[in-house]
Design a protein around this ligand. Structure first.
Ligand SMILES: Nc1ncnc2c1ncn2[C@@H]1O[C@H](COP(=O)(O)OP(=O)(O)OP(=O)(O)O)[C@@H](O)[C@H]1O
Ligand code: SF4
Ligand SMILES: [Mg+2]
Length: 399
């Protein structure tokens, strides 16, 4: 087993090398229950891990589990997640803080097992198929070669992704040269081009600045430039607009959209704010407590959401055309512990409809993801007609 990443220093190196350690499925864990026999489409059923069915989508995540053993117990950050994404499409992953969004994206990038030390602290199982290659069990060098070139990530915190010691330009040059056999001058030209492309003023001068000389919005742009320098086919943007003011937010989202059009990449946008993905995403995946509670085409989820948690998220979206007092109160209570996940439906302690399904079902049996229609899935014990009624009569009029 090679492990060349541990002494790394640049941004690409900081991303590290994925592990060659075989996944260690936790005994007795439950896998994503979708009965998936058909090939995956962007919003359709996804075959189960171990099904042997060849992936058909550009990115297919099957029954992904990412667990962290800690002194307090096993943290089940991601616990049986499946989704598929085609090239040229955008998937929005939404959920509150701690629902497992970043852990999912780091898993796709192979970054949980980048070093020997990290490997000892994570248990991963399931399958991640990128362009026909399976990454959970892949050799670390193979995943590292894909990182940057085929897949790239805009990290939640630009300062943690940009090295303070190196100039912005040096870091983009390094990210480019890892995958392209070019001299430094050519790579620098490319870095300036990319900074220009993401809207950094005077890119030929700012290329020599250090990250701390950039504003928050400029750092975010620099990170986008670094992520896109190799025209990756998969771009994961983890909260790309957090902490930016509204104008810059809109510019960054436009930029991602333009670049996607230009390169035809598959894009995953991760956010706690449904508003961010309302216009951008083709499909949505709503996460709660490390699991998917609803997923499907974005327009269908916005039109007829089928899970009480999604209703709560919609109620939290700011609306300028409504007085806040008329509106639904956003989801009450705190996100669940991922060590002692509530029994049955993990959302039941916060769900206003927990008593609607009979026989205490919501507290005893975990709801499986069931198909609502087309590619729309929801994990809730309420009968579809009941959900439809509540949505139409009680929720939609208050949003
Ligand atoms: N290395 C780790 N060891 C133990 N627990 C971890 C580790 N990494 C993440 N977690 C836990 O996993 C859970 C999910 O974390 P994650 O960062 O994916 O949340 P998130 O949905 O991205 O939240 P946010 O919106 O705040 O970014 C959290 O409870 C977090 O504390
Ligand atoms: S299964 Fe029960 S607790 Fe969970 S979302 Fe549906 S109604 Fe609410
Ligand atoms: Mg996060």
């Amino acid at each position: 087993m090679t492990d060349s990443s541990e002494s790394s220093g640049t941004s690409e190196d900081k991303a590290g090398t994925a592990s060659s350690v075989e996944p260690e499925p936790e005994a007795g864990t439950v896998t994503e229950p979708e009965p998936a026999t058909a090939p995956a489409t962007a919003a359709g059923p996804v075959p189960a891990a171990g099904s042997g069915i060849a992936p058909t989508a550009f990115l297919e995540v099957r029954d992904l589990q990412v667990h962290f053993p800690t002194d307090d117990g096993l943290v089940k950050s991601v616990d049986g997640l499946s989704f598929a994404l085609e090239k040229g499409k955008t998937l929005g992953i939404v959920g509150e803080s701690g629902s497992g969004k970043s852990v999912t994206s780091l898993a796709v990038m192979g970054l949980h097992r980048a070093s020997r030390q990290q490997r000892s602290k994570v248990r991963m199982s399931g399958e991640i198929w990128l362009d026909g290659k399976e990454l959970v069990g892949a050799e670390p060098d193979e995943v590292r070669r894909l990182r940057g070139r085929e897949m790239a990530m805009i990290f939640q915190d630009p300062l943690s992704a940009l090295h303070p010691y190196y100039t912005v330009g040096q870091q983009i040059v390094e990210a480019y040269r890892v995958h392209n056999d070019v001299d430094k001058k050519t790579a620098r030209k490319r870095a300036v081009e990319m900074l220009d492309r993401v809207g950094i003023p005077q890119p030929d001068k700012r290329v020599d600045d250090h990250p701390h000389q950039f504003s928050g919005g400029m750092r975010q742009r620099a990170m986008i430039a670094m992520a896109l320098v190799n025209n990756p086919e998969l771009l994961i943007a983890d909260e790309p607009t957090t902490a930016l003011d509204v104008t810059v937010q809109a510019q960054i989202l436009d930029l991602i959209r333009d670049l996607q059009k230009e390169f035809g990449s598959a894009v995953v946008i991760i956010t706690h704010d449904l508003g961010v993905v309302a216009e951008l995403a083709d499909d949505l995946l709503v996460m709660y407590g490390g699991r998917c509670v609803e997923r499907g085409p974005a327009e269908r989820i916005f039109a007829t959401p089928q899970h009480p948690y999604t209703w709560g998220l919609l109620g939290s979206m700011p609306r300028i055309d409504r007085d806040q007092t008329d509106r639904l109160i956003p989801v009450k209570g705190a996100p669940p512990s991922l060590i002692n996940v509530p029994s049955g439906c993990a959302f039941h302690p916060r769900c206003p409809y927990a008593d609607v399904p009979k026989d205490n079902l919501t507290r005893t049996v975990r709801p499986e993801l069931g198909q609502v229609d087309g590619g729309h899935f929801s994990a809730c014990h309420m009968a579809p007609q009941e959900r439809e009624r509540i949505w139409t009569e009680e929720i939609a009029p208050k949003l």
